[in-house]
Ligand binder design. Structure first.
Ligand code: GAP
Length: 587
């Protein structure tokens, strides 16, 4: 069969497949759905589990310098005060004062306009002043009752000439909504009404702990898994006998009361994160221990961590590690971009932050982030809890002991100058240096933070293909296929008996199925033509199918092994089959 290029399909086709084949359902669908919440069906939950397992193996289990954690979702509310979430974890929210009264994120109004039905209507009338005027006096009353020109059609006369020349749909929208000049806040993308001034809206979900509904019992569902890692930092370090550089990884649910959850599972109110807090020595400690801090250059070898690495090398190292994981799990290098936040975009405590962005069908958007967060988080928890977050580093103390008074003074002068250049006080620098000379410091942290759901969406978008096939008779056919990496695919092997009315053949296939099922998630299918069975597996991303046919019993005992992507089949002995599949699936 010849293969032809077919266009990658939009998100709609993928959403439909995900529902039809049991990957993702709308939460509470029988009650009309619940915005921002999603359920993962039989295949979706397998796929999500595979993503988390792969991340866990690569980031925690296969490393000697990362420990795992599974902390509670609801924690002491003081944690959120210390972390800053109670005071600053908010999005700017506006409400439509017109007919629809919709709430939305003020910084997303243009994005929402781009996706709106109103935009489509306006785009279809660009440059046609007469049509626009008729629409404002007629259909517009139902579609966009909030637009100023719909409410005051007499204004249309004043702007009629201008309406003829406008070629930009956003410009037309603004003119119809506020004909007398640019508004302070953009108009409502839903009905064209005036929006309220944006005000901060805290994204944390509140709950009450215990039977008494009193403000003193208010707690929060965690908006990130990271803070539990900071709160448990000392417990993990001591119990696992680690010292910086080392990390703590956690996978788990997070909750954010997003003002406008959108783009399918991209931004939801309940989601899962996979986060590492990787604790490193401050650069000043590295310098005292190694005599220098390795500079990060184009040619720095980042394959193996080194003792003389400062935060810059560690940060870049984790960016590279995350990219290796993404590629290993099926996202090609050219499907994502590395965005280095500019100095004015960084949080005040952050030294660098890289967003790895994926080319989703709705635009290039953040998939995950890798931030260098200095000692901000542990310092805040030390300050708020009164518990020390310092580590005692014996080799550091010994290294300082070897320094002369002059060397110490020179080191102090250099560090104070560096701190002052970064806007910190000499007093703070001196307190830090005094502790450092005693072998004590608060570790700095590199934070690679990824979302499981967003990862699943990126992998599904990347995998989805509608292939145009032409058979020997020249007949065209569309094959829907998910090219998921074997490690991520929910089902690894489909096992089929060619026919089901030959007991010997059927039982032979059943035995193979049972054997393979002990190793990986397999699917048994005995119904329908074999081609249809292959297609059903292609559509859910099953990378391999094994068929027992007449030759198996009558000739050489071999079965066919079919590859999803090439559709090629090879004959293979049952003894070789497991070895081969282990190589292909487990790597
Ligand atoms: N501890 C750092 C932190 O939470 P973040 O950029 O807010 O940083 C990290 O979130 C990752 O979590 C994002 O890159 C994204 O993959 C995922 N994420 C954040 N908010 C999300 C949401 N509302 N829905 C789905 N995933 C989300």
């Amino acid at each position: 069969m010849e293969k032809k290029e077919a266009p990658k399909s939009s998100l709609d086709a993928l959403v439909s497949l995900c529902k039809r084949r049991g990957f993702i359902f709308q939460s509470s669908e029988i009650y009309g759905g619940f915005a921002g919440f999603w359920d993962y069906g039989p295949l979706g939950c397998e796929m999500k589990r595979n993503i988390k397992d792969s991340w866990w193996r690569f980031t925690v289990r296969d490393r000697e310098d990362v420990e795992g954690l599974d902390a509670s979702i609801i924690m002491h509310p003081a944690i959120w005060k210390a972390s800053g979430h109670l005071d600053t974890f908010s999005d700017p929210m506006s409400m439509c004062k017109g007919n629809c009264r919709k709430l939305m994120r003020a910084d997303q109004i243009w994005d929402l306009f781009e996706e709106s039905a109103l935009r489509e209507t306006l785009a279809g009338m660009l440059g046609e002043a007469g049509k626009i005027a008729t629409w404002c006096k007629g259909k517009g009353k139902a579609v966009a009752p909030g637009l100023y020109t719909v409410q005051h059609p007499e204004y249309l006369e004043k702007i009629f000439e201008k309406l003829k020349t406008i070629t930009d749909v956003k410009e037309l929208f603004i003119l119809l909504a506020t004909p007398e000049g640019e508004p302070e806040v953009l108009p409502c993308p839903n009905c064209g009404g005036v929006m309220t001034e944006p005000r901060p809206f805290n994204l944390m979900f509140k709950t009450i702990v215990g039977p008494v509904e009193d403000p003193s019992n208010v707690a929060y569902l965690r908006p990130e898994t990271a803070q539990a890692i900071f709160a448990d930092f000392s417990n993990v370090m001591v119990s696992s006998r680690q010292m910086p550089p080392f990390g703590i990884g956690q996978v788990g649910k997070s909750f954010r009361n997003e003002v406008t959850p959108r783009n399918y599972i991209f931004r939801s109110r309940e989601f899962e994160q996979m986060e590492v807090e990787f604790f490193i020595k401050p650069d000043e400690a590295v310098e005292l221990l190694c005599g220098h801090v390795a500079p990060l250059t184009e040619t720095t070898d980042l394959s193996e961590p080194q003792a003389d690495w400062g935060w810059e090398c560690w940060h870049k190292y984790w960016v590279e590690q995350r990219k290796i994981w993404l590629v290993k799990n099926g996202l090609p290098e050219d499907s994502f971009v590395e965005y280095w936040q500019k100095p004015d975009e960084l949080a005040h405590y952050a030294r660098a932050c890289v967003d790895i962005e994926y080319r989703f069908p709705f635009g290039v958007q953040e998939l995950e982030g890798i931030a260098a967060r200095s000692d901000f988080d542990l310092s805040r928890h030390q300050e708020h809890s009164g518990k020390s977050m310092e580590v005692f580093d014996e080799p550091l103390k010994l290294a300082v002991k070897k320094l002369s008074d002059e060397e110490k003074a020179a080191f102090r002068a250099k560090v104070v100058a560096e701190w002052e250049a970064r806007g910190k006080t000499a007093e703070a620098a001196n307190i830090f240096i005094d502790r450092l000379f005693e072998g004590r410091y608060i570790p700095h942290v590199i934070e690679p933070s990824a979302g499981v759901d967003r990862m699943a969406l990126a992998m599904l978008c990347n995998a989805y293909e509608e292939q145009k096939l032409i058979d020997e008779k020249g007949k065209e056919d569309i094959r829907t296929v998910l090219h998921l990496a074997p490690a991520i695919a929910p089902i690894k092997v489909g096992v089929f008996p060619l026919v089901k009315n030959k007991p010997e053949l059927y039982n032979f296939a059943r035995e193979i199925f049972k054997k393979l099922q002990r190793r990986y998630n397999c699917f048994w299918d005995e119904s329908g033509a074999i081609g249809r069975r292959y297609r059903r597996q292609d559509e859910i991303g099953t990378p391999f199918c094994v068929t027992v046919d007449f030759d198996t019993l009558e000739k050489d005992g071999t079965v066919t092994l079919r590859d999803r992507d090439t559709m090629q089949q090879e004959r293979i002995s049952v003894d070789d089959l497991i070895r081969r599949l282990d190589d292909l699936i487990l790597g």
